[in-house]
Design a protein around this ligand. Structure first.
Ligand SMILES: [Zn+2]
Length: 225
């Protein structure tokens, strides 16, 4: 672990917590905070569509809860082509398992509390009002508390297919559950296009052959694989 020179602890601080321990805490918190920040950013991009870039939208596939979710578990199988090069030869499957937090009406809560909280912080910075800073902090805490209260955990089981050459490069995609939909951000536009096409085909089949599917005990999401 390399420690920056400018973070040399003051005598008082070193009495309270030895420098090694402080660095240890930071090293433990940082890897936990990073995925949380990434997921929060992704959530915001789903809650506020204007934040999504064109590239992000081209990789996006949206699944509906009533088609792909059972209880609180989403089960999705992506098209049976290599996620990267699209080959159909020598494929092996890779399963990802996510635990996601889904929120009920998050945007009004977030804008109402975080927005005003940020405003108070700006006022505190501009005019040096410590009260405004405290109010900002309280609003941020209130927002986090309300969001947490109106949230629940969902599980996502996602299956990718890969050729041997691209197996190592495959990383988990961005996934957000919002308003009865699951947003999956796939690594390539081609794969996303195929996945969207499969969703449409499955929907058409479901509409036409609902009784057939029920009789076979098949999962509509898997029918066209
Ligand atoms: Zn490949």
């Amino acid at each position: 672990m390399d420690e920056p020179a400018d973070e040399a602890p003051e005598p008082k601080a070193s009495q309270a917590a030895p420098p090694e321990r402080k660095a240890g805490i930071f090293a433990r918190v940082a890897p936990l905070a990073r995925p949380w920040l990434e997921q929060t950013t992704l959530n915001l991009k789903v809650w506020i569509p204007a934040l999504r870039s064109k590239a992000m939208k081209s990789g996006q596939v949206k699944y509906r809860a009533r088609e792909s979710r059972t209880g609180l578990t989403w089960k999705l199988v992506l098209p049976s082509v290599c996620w990267h090069c699209g080959t159909t030869e020598g494929l092996s499957r890779r399963d990802f398992n996510f635990s996601l937090r889904a929120f009920d009406g998050p945007l009004p809560i977030a804008t109402g509390t975080f927005g005003f909280g940020a405003l108070f912080w700006i006022l505190a910075l501009l005019f040096g009002w410590s009260t405004a800073f405290v109010i900002g902090c309280l609003l941020m805490l209130l927002g986090a508390g309300l969001l947490c209260l109106k949230s629940w955990r969902e599980r996502v089981k996602l299956t990718f297919w890969t050729c041997p050459a691209h197996a190592e490069e495959l990383t988990p995609p961005g996934v957000v559950s919002h308003d009865e939909d699951l947003y999956v951000f796939l690594p390539t536009e081609e794969l996303a296009g195929k996945a969207r096409a499969e969703v449409i085909v499955a929907r058409r089949r479901e509409g036409k052959y609902t009784s057939n599917i029920a009789a076979q005990g098949g999962d509509p999401a898997l029918l066209n694989l």
